[in-house]
Design a protein around this ligand. Structure first.
Ligand SMILES: [Ca+2]
Ligand SMILES: [Ca+2]
Length: 698
């Protein structure tokens, strides 16, 4: 197997495939298989989309020819050897799964008679339910089905990676998928802390999804083989997970997916003795982090006997009251409820009819985003496995629309609403959208889905980002009107004094104001920020990351535009923060040399943005090009973001993301204020839920 998407191999650089190359590759693969006859399964690398020029140029047909050349070489040596299609670095429907669809479609066109013996993919994610592994798996299988791969097994040959330690200073965070690399941290000590427990739970919750889809998923490999024990050779909690799952569910078949309350999950299996066994857990981000108590479920087992077993395979004793009700905490750590042989139906009934004590969480999740500049899509998603019938009063810009909502189990419905005004290109508009959800017998719930939005037009001409003002003539400018004023003479903690009478004034004419222009094409997202500032001050420092304490520009992107709909605040697995620092001539703090340093402070979860070649956080990024030049009353930043460095944001019509700009003002003494596209008094850092929505239009 040719591993990884390393840069620069001959096949990766190939831009078209000739019959000679096919022959050469087939022969090479034949020789390779012959040299390693004990290897039973082969593929042409994995995480393919980040390395191959053919893929970058959308030449999927020639890419399929490479795959088939390998296939033929391997099979020529031994027809019983397996050849898999090596898939993507993530399983996002709009990303890795879409690539797999394109590979299979092209392969079917090039040679409809050959089917690969398996398809691999790496379903890494921030946490198992966010983005949801189960939903993404269903979308992945739908793509296989569409291409005639219903009966071809899937191999999740990588895809679970949650560190055992929660040590922010080392960048170790169990709640952030494989982005916080434990590999280099080693095993400092044994301590059964929250990080170790929750990472074990995340492994369990990931494997349970694979067990649900066991008919199709034939392997789900985690990354843990080097950290099974600590420095004293004491096993980590994680070691027990495959053991517990193997003992309880090793010969079990999946029967039913029950969602009896929001943020809970229950997969019911039947084991080899026909005993029903339910795996039950919760997935609330605050409970996962230990900030809140776990919810408690009240279930009625109708007097039937059952066993309760925890993730460490300990039996737990639970009691029922006189009416048969049993209270069971639904923790982030899956718990197993096992009934007697033949009692699948009654166990499922007990859970389906269960409820969470003292919870008024809505069973329907409502989200809203523009589908184009003049239309809004409001999605109603049923989070549970019972039908929902009710009404939604959707109030858009003060006009109320009453909408009957009927949702199947776990079903979703989209309501499209025309907006009275198009999302503008020349300002950030406020879209007011309170929604009241009514269900008989339940107190109506009000959701405020209001947001701010602006549109960005596709570039017709050419932008060189070399300071050519003419490039931007036809692009509307958006004024940045919100201000954030420092409450102390802070800044790096060096002179953190309260403001006093001698403090610098803020907001007088000419002090600090800004407007921005944006455009996009298939390769780049362009940004120009025109700043009015009476005093340019920027001190070059050895520590690049510390240069935020200066006149500078900060750009924030919520690439999937999903922060508003989340329970937790702060950056998640698909956000960016780029800071732009103008360089000064030697020993100067006010004479720029025209160049700009792009510093990427935050980047998405690695696998969501390209795998091994994904942009990394806390580094200077030379590939984001830009210039900085002084004007009469301030200065101008011009920047081009290549698409790879803002992935998974898609540069295409209709893409919706969150995008914010924050421009700090330092007039010589301290960082005194900023102008921002987030609400007054706030900034973009750690606040993706406050970013205006950016929609790309033609
Ligand atoms: Ca100023
Ligand atoms: Ca300034």
């Amino acid at each position: 197997m040719m591993r990884e998407c390393s840069k620069g191999g001959i096949l990766q650089l190939t831009e078209s495939v000739s019959p000679e190359l096919e022959k050469k590759l087939e022969d090479a693969c034949y020789e390779k298989a012959k040299a390693y006859p004990w290897v039973n399964s082969w593929m042409l690398g994995s995480e393919l989309e980040c390395g191959f020029e053919l893929i970058k140029k959308n030449n999927f047909k020639d890419f399929a020819k490479l795959q088939f050349a390998c296939y033929k070489g391997i099979k020529r040596f031994d027809p019983n050897k397996k050849f898999f299609l090596g898939g993507s670095c993530n399983m996002q429907p709009q990303n890795g799964t879409r690539f797999v669809g394109q590979y299979l479609e092209a392969a079917n066109e090039v040679n409809g008679k050959i089917k690969f013996d398996g398809v691999t993919i790496h379903p890494y994610r921030t946490t198992p339910e966010n983005p949801d592994l189960d939903d993404d798996a269903a979308a992945f299988f739908a793509v296989l089905d569409k291409n005639g791969y219903q009966n071809v097994p899937a191999y999740w040959d990588e895809g679970i990676y949650y560190t055992y330690y929660n040590i922010p200073a080392w960048g170790l965070d169990p709640h952030k998928g494989c982005s916080t690399d434990h590999y280099y941290a080693g095993c400092p000590s044994y301590h059964m802390g929250w990080g170790e427990r929750i990472s074990a739970a995340y492994f369990a919750r990931s494997w349970l999804v694979a067990l649900k889809y066991q008919d199709r998923v034939k392997a789900f490999n985690d990354w843990s083989f080097w950290t099974e024990m600590d420095a004293y050779l004491t096993p980590f909690a994680h070691q027990k997970i495959p053991n517990t799952l193997g003992i309880l569910l090793g010969n079990a078949v999946f029967k039913k997916d029950i969602r009896f309350a929001p943020e809970t999950r229950c997969y019911v299996f039947e084991d080899e003795k026909q005993r029903p066994i339910a795996a039950l857990w919760s997935h609330n981000p605050k409970v996962d982090r230990g900030y809140e108590e776990s919810p408690v479920a009240r279930l009625n087992f109708e007097g039937k006997a059952f066993e309760t077993i925890d993730l460490m395979e300990n039996e737990r004793s639970v009691k029922s009251d006189a009416k048969g009700y049993t209270d069971i905490p639904v923790t982030p750590f899956p718990i197993f409820i096992r009934g007697r042989a033949g009692e699948l139906e009654s166990l499922c009934r007990a859970i389906q009819n269960g409820r969470i004590i003292d919870s008024d969480k809505a069973v329907v999740k409502i989200t809203a985003k523009p589908s184009n500049a003049s239309e809004l899509e409001v999605e109603f998603r049923n989070l549970v496995t019972r039908e929902f019938q009710g009404q939604a009063d959707i109030k858009l810009q003060d006009k109320v629309m009453e909408q009957k909502i009927r949702l199947k189990e776990k079903g979703a419905e989209n309501v499209m609403i025309s907006m009275p005004e198009k999302i503008p290109l020349d300002r950030i508009a406020e879209i007011k959208l309170p929604v009241t959800l009514k269900e008989e017998g339940v107190k109506p719930l009000v959701f405020d889905l209001s947001f701010k939005a602006f549109a960005v037009k596709k570039l017709k001409g050419n932008i060189t980002v070399t300071g050519n003002a003419g490039d931007w003539n036809d692009i509307p400018a958006i004024q940045i009107t919100n201000r954030c004023i420092s409450t102390s003479k802070g800044g790096g903690g060096t002179h953190n004094l309260p403001l006093d009478n001698n403090s610098e004034k803020v907001g007088y004419p000419g002090d600090h104001a800004a407007e921005y222009q944006m455009a996009w094409d298939n390769d780049n997202l362009y940004l120009r920020v025109n700043v009015t500032d009476d005093k340019l001050f920027h001190e070059n420092k050895k520590d690049v990351s510390g240069r935020w304490d200066n006149d500078c520009l900060q750009v924030y992107i919520d690439t999937l535009g999903d922060a508003r709909s989340k329970e937790t605040r702060g950056f998640d697995g698909n956000d960016y923060n780029y800071d732009f620092f103008p360089s000064m001539t030697t020993n100067s703090t006010s004479v720029p040399d025209g160049t700009l340093t792009a510093f990427r402070r935050y980047a998405p979860e690695q696998q969501q943005a390209g795998g091994l070649l994904a942009p990394m956080p806390n580094m200077v990024e030379p590939e984001v090009k830009g210039t900085f030049r002084k004007t009469e009353n301030g200065y101008i930043y011009e920047i081009a973001f290549p698409k790879r460095l803002i992935a998974p944001l898609q540069l295409k019509t209709g893409t919706v993301s969150g995008f914010a700009i924050y421009i700090a003002d330092h007039d010589g003494s301290y960082l005194k204020s900023a102008v921002t596209t987030t609400p007054p008094g706030t900034g973009g850092y750690l606040n993706p839920h406050l970013y205006p929505v950016m929609i790309l239009v033609e």
